[in-house]
Design a binder for this molecule. Structure first.
Ligand code: PNS
Length: 162
């Protein structure tokens, strides 16, 4: 069974990696699909997010990194995949995730969204929180892989990021 794990991954966190690792054990193949939407302001470009994810998952043989623009269901059709996985952290995630899953189902009846509950240790973690901590020079070493920690330092100290 092949699944798509979609997201912005701006940047990938240890919480995302936990879901990817667990999916790679449960499914034959995991396609991590990075949203490439020019209207959504991101700290890292899609090329940078792809590079960081590739480095972070290089030990998993059955994980592919790709990007998509437009609707997720159109990407799923293009890749011939009908199952998507989303991580659920807290109840606060639920409403938005439920809405997305229902809209996707309405638009494409064959699609199924599976929710994987985050490991407790990552339940508080998000890319936004990571960026905020990094912006104020806080220690993000336990929140993201080393490559991302380094990239955040370069980006934020290099003055390119917001
Ligand atoms: O990591 P994120 O930002 O929570 O991921 C959200 C994502 C990329 C899965 C979602 O925004 C998405 O699928 N966007 C593509 C546009 C789309 O298909 N929208 C309809 C579903 S509501």
């Amino acid at each position: 069974m092949i699944v798509i794990y979609p997201g912005s991954f701006d940047p990938v966190t240890n919480g995302h990696l936990d879901i990817i690792k667990r999916c790679s054990k449960k499914f034959d193949k995991v396609i991590v699909a990075i949203l490439n939407n020019s209207s959504k302001k991101t700290l890292f470009t899609v090329e940078e997010r792809t590079e960081l994810l590739k480095k972070a998952v290089e030990k998993y043989d059955n994980v592919e990194i790709d990007d998509f623009s437009g609707l997720l269901i159109d990407y799923a059709k293009e890749r011939n995949v009908t199952t998507m996985v989303r991580g659920l952290r807290a109840v606060s995630d639920f409403e938005y995730e439920m809405q997305m899953a229902l809209v996707n189902k309405k638009l494409y009846g064959d699609i199924e969204t599976l929710f994987m509950v985050s490991s407790g240790e990552y339940a508080y973690l998000s890319s936004s929180i990571v960026k905020e901590v990094a912006m104020f020079d806080g220690d993000v070493s336990c929140l993201v892989p080393n490559v991302v920690e380094k990239a955040l330092k370069e980006k934020l100290r290099g003055g390119q990021g917001k």
